[in-house]
Ligand binder design. Sequence first.
Ligand code: UD1
Ligand code: CA
Length: 461
Amino acid sequence: MAGFTAVILAAGEGTRMKSGIPKVLHKVCGYPMLFHVINSAKKAKADKIVVVVGKGAGEVKKAFQDEGLEFVLQAEQKGTGHALLQAKEAVKGSENLIVLYGDMPLIEPDTIERLFEFHIERQPAATVLTCIFDNPYGYGRIIRENEKVIAIREEKDASEEEKLIKEINSGIYCFNTEKVFSALKKVRNDNRQGEYYLTDVVEILNSEGEEVLAFKVENSDEVQGINDRVQLSKAQTIMQRKIIEALMKEGVTFINPESCVVDMRVKIGRDTVIYPNVVIEGETEIGEGCTILGNTVIRDSKIGNNVEISASFIAESEIGDGAKIGPFANLRPGTKICKNVKIGDFVEIKNSSIGEGTKVPHLSYIGDAEIGEKVNIGAGVIFVNYDGYKKHKTVVKDKAFIGCNSNLIAPITVEEGAYVAAGSTLTKDVPSKALAIARAMQENKLGWVEKRKKLFEGGEN
Ligand code: UD1
Ligand code: CA
């Protein structure tokens, strides 16, 4: 079968979003809505993808620079028809075009493929993907004569009678390239919005004796256009549900799926249980048999098997099998936790590696450190990594024991099996198997309380 070029219109102002960010960069399940449209076009096997950019063109191009797309600029946003015209040179040589709008992230590749198959089989000048909406408000209405589409009328230009039509224009079309560009030349902007509407080619093609057909789909979710933040949140809900259901079907338990946020590319192994209020974002991978308890946020991290995490924040980190994290741990970027490590409550770690079987059970800060295996870090230990100008490294070797409330002033190394007495502030390396004590010695003043009492409450002197 012949192929097609996809043209995605993404230049619009996005006025209704009331935003400083270009509309198509607003995210749904972790990725810009335009990303989802591009992704579907790719999966539907488009030969080439052309994106028409305008509002925030620089930002949009930057966000998708590695996707193998061709960008064309619509310098002024004069309407969807004008937008497609800008792609004329870029689509030269392809017989069929599929036009998609950048603000419909829920569109499935299969639907695009079916539209294309229908178009190839029937060979009209244009095929419009349509759908019946209970509430068609805001969408272009399909004016039909039996099978044929005679016109598409925008909400703002529709008569009262036309507004009653429930069949809407999804904003996805398949065109014969030559015919659509010849019709586009004739589109005028004498409408309520003063725009050059792409939808007007339907009437023009009809007047030239060309055929325009509708390809009607049943699933109204897929063709929701996003113009404002209410629609954005509805799209999020629909896509979120799909992502979580797909994971559930692969063997992941979600105790309360409605309360969780899981980005599109997240991978989770079977028999992992996700409790309520868990947020899993970005390129995160979680292994099998894990328990992720409530109020945890995991972002761009790799979690092994049988890991337990509760009420913690984890970003750009790696966690080995069997580790236990939290509650209330904050693992910042560059944290690498090996197997069977325990990180307890109120522990903050950044840019550090923690060896197998090591325990950091409570109230510590670890920054820029390399900690070996089976180390014990007592409560309240602080790795003093910053001197006000530079960060310095701390090394704690295997089986070392760091007593509670110690400060390790970096750069410093505690050798294998060494002990650090509680309350020490270390500035020098500690040799293997030595005990370091770096605190004032204790002195007990016998009878001091009685003496003091006499002093203040009378009696002698
Ligand atoms: C459009 C359709 C409407 C359809 C609806 C489906 C037209 C005239 N109307 O209306 O029939 O039911 O989508 O969601 O096409 N864009 C540009 N350049 C422009 C204007 C828009 O690239 O000058 C892009 C936008 O970035 C957006 C898309 O085209 O991705 C649609 O524009 P939008 O303003 O959202 O059109 P709607 O009013 O939703
Ligand atoms: Ca729209």
